[in-house]
Every structure is written in C-alpha cells, then in structure tokens.
Design a protein around this ligand. Structure first.
Ligand code: COA
Length: 179
C-alpha cells in the first residue's frame, strides 16, 4: 500500500541526490519488494512518518540491525513532503527512544558532505561525527565525502555529556510513526 508513495518520494531528484544514487533508477516493483522483505525480517524496521492530526504520510524512517543481538542499528530516513518543519527530528527522536528502550546500544548513520540539513539534524540529535569516508560517494559526475556518525545509548540518555545542538523552536510532537 505504501510502495507507490515511497516510490514517488524516492523518484524526486532532490531525494535521489541527498539520500540515494542518482545513477540508479528507482523502480516501483523494487520498492514493493523492499517493503515486503522488511516487513518479514526481524532485523529490519521500516516505518512511515505521518502527521499526527491527519495521518498524512510525509516520509519514512528505517533501521537495519547489524548483529544478531540487535545491539547495533543502521539508520536511514527521508521526508518526501513537509521538509523544513523539524518533523524529521521529531520522528527520529521517537524511533531512537524506541530502539534504546528495546536494548539497542548504538545507532550508525551516514550523510553526504553536501547534505547540510541531514548533517545538522544528526548533530543536533546528539550523533557524533566519527569519521569521513573520503570521496566514497560518486553521483555519476563527481565524488563526495561521506560523513559517518554514531550515537550511543548513553549519548541519547545524557545529551548534556555530548554535543547535542539545541534547537530554539523544538516541535511539540506533530508527527507519529506507523508500520
Ligand atoms: C534530511 C531531512 C530528513 C531533514 O528533515 P527536516 O525535518 O526537513 O529538517 P529541517 O529542515 O528541520 O532541517 C534540519 C536542520 O538542518 C538545518 N538546515 C536545513 N537546510 C540546511 C542547509 N541547506 N544548510 C544548513 N543547514 C540546513 C535546519 O535549519 C535545521 O537545523 P535546526 O534544527 O538547528 O533548525 C530532509 O531534508 C530530507 O528528507 N532530505 C532528503 C533525504 C535525505 O537527505 N535523507 C537523509 C540521508 S542521510
């Protein structure tokens, strides 16, 4: 049911540039199979972000656990609509709270060096910049660095010890997650 929506978002040249590989075509059938696979896989979580009041889908957040003990997770996310309102921060915070509550120890994420919204978002959520994979991304025309981030459960529970950046207009929960 969600695959045409996700297909539409991932076909957007902005999302392809910021979160994907512009050289690889997005196919509706691939998205359908991806959702189906993740729904049946205990090492994956693929959630739609919806506006709380209208339940309009506006994006997705997803994780892959990288070990059998589900202690280390890989985070990916995108908003297809309503970017620029702080909704991603809200949704990812909900997801992180759930992951750490359920025993995840560490969350990894990556962002291209030119994805300033994502870099800023991850840092404000408390993720630490842990390294740079130099020129690890090629968009068909040029190389870009990939910035690697990590967030430990302790960073999330005690942001005062880390580098979590403040946001003046913290949203008051306008989003929700739905499977
Ligand atoms: C990344 C993304 C999820 C952010 O979601 P969002 O809710 O729209 O986030 P915001 O617009 O509130 O931006 C997050 C922060 O980045 C800042 N920001 C946004 N665009 C920026 C830019 N071009 N330069 C510098 N900072 C920028 C915002 O001011 C905000 O900072 P603040 O919290 O201190 O105010 C969204 O832009 C998106 O879906 N992008 C395409 C897909 C993508 O990049 N996915 C992540 C792959 S790693």
């Amino acid at each position: 049911m969600d695959s045409p929506t996700i297909f539409r978002w991932k076909s957007d040249p902005f999302i392809r540039r910021m979160a994907g590989d512009p050289a690889v075509p997005v196919q509706l059938e691939d998205e359908r199979q991806d959702i189906e696979r993740s729904a049946g896989a205990c090492e994956q979580l693929y959630l739609m972000v919806v506006l709380r009041e209208t339940e309009q889908p506006i994006g997705y957040v997803r994780v892959n656990w990288m070990d059998a003990g589900r202690r280390s997770a890989w985070l990916r996310f995108a908003l297809g609509e309503h970017r620029g309102h702080g909704y991603a921060s809200d949704a990812i915070q909900c997801l992180l709270a759930r992951l750490f509550r359920e025993g995840t120890h560490r969350v990894d994420a990556e962002a291209y060096e030119f994805n300033h919204a994502s870099l800023r978002l991850l840092e404000r959520l408390g993720f630490r910049r842990e390294g740079v994979r130099r020129e690890a991304h090629f968009d068909g025309q040029r190389y870009a660095d990939v910035v690697a981030f990590g967030l430990l459960e302790a960073d999330f529970r005690h942001p005062e010890r880390g580098q979590c950046l403040p946001r003046a207009d913290q949203p008051s929960g306008p989003t929700a997650l739905s499977p």
